[in-house]
Design a protein around this ligand. Sequence first.
Ligand code: CXA
Ligand code: ZN
Length: 315
Amino acid sequence: DFPPGDEAYHTYAETTADLQKAAKDHGDIATLSSVGKSYEGRALNLLKISDNAGTDENEPEVLFTCNQHAREHLTTEMCLRIVQRLTSGYASDPAIRKMVDEHEIHVIPNVNPDGSEYDISGGEYQGWRKTRKPVPGSSAVGTDPNRNWDYKWNCCGGSSDSPSAEDYHGPSAFSESETKAVADFVNSRVVGGAQQIKTHIDFHTFSELVLWPFGYTKNETEQGMTEAEARRFADVGKKMAATNGYTPEQASDLYVTDGDVNDWAWGKHKILSYTFEMYPKDGGIDGFYPPASVIPEQTARNDKAVDILINEAGA
Ligand SMILES: NS(=O)(=O)N[C@@H](Cc1ccccc1)C(=O)O
Ligand SMILES: [Zn+2]
């Protein structure tokens, strides 16, 4: 469990219970399933929010993923904020009703539940980032899921070959059951030859940034990213950043990464895929553990950006 004072953060079990309650209380617009299992066997919960949620309708789809990195617990709260706002707001808020009626919105609050649970084990924070699968042929545990995606994997010095490193890319692309399961779900949304998911945000902490591909190269345009496409990423990224006060930039302006989820979602599926680095702006290791008191403000801070991203799917 979370240490004293931080009980408002949701454990994996509490998150699962919240999702079950949302699906029960709003059965007409929310269905709970899972995209697969973590290494230690935890269901990778997926909540779909849409009118007639049990039916695959021909509507543009949106994906929100959270908690790829174990210690980034504020992101799980962000995905739960999206769930809470879109389900409980459906009956009363016409703008929310319109978004939910016209889109199929997929929310995965815990991409890395094993890491997240390990991070809070023993009643104090472990500072853990990676998955919890031991590395074959090594005494090290865990792979950085955000270097494990199969687009330009391990191409460009944007990850580490060392199993004990925090940004270890894994023995192979999709070596981790968690990244593989989410990728399989996205792959399954290719219907009639067309990827139905149009826009995506992967939530991280911290630094207050809006990031877009590519991460593997410093170039703005590249094979797989035309000038017009790069401009659209920047325009929408800046529009979202204007609402939450984050700094918008191409991911590689921060540092080069290879095998990250945004490069894969765009490179493989042309999904308009962003990373949001949430609060705080800075703060050393403590930056990953802001007090629970900031949860309401720092999740609601992204409400407008979330709406922009959902509506961009239909653009
Ligand atoms: N959350 S973080 O501290 O790990 N930072 C992220 C930043 C990031 C995310 C996506 C593409 C490039 C860079 C990371 O994966 O390194
Ligand atoms: Zn992260």
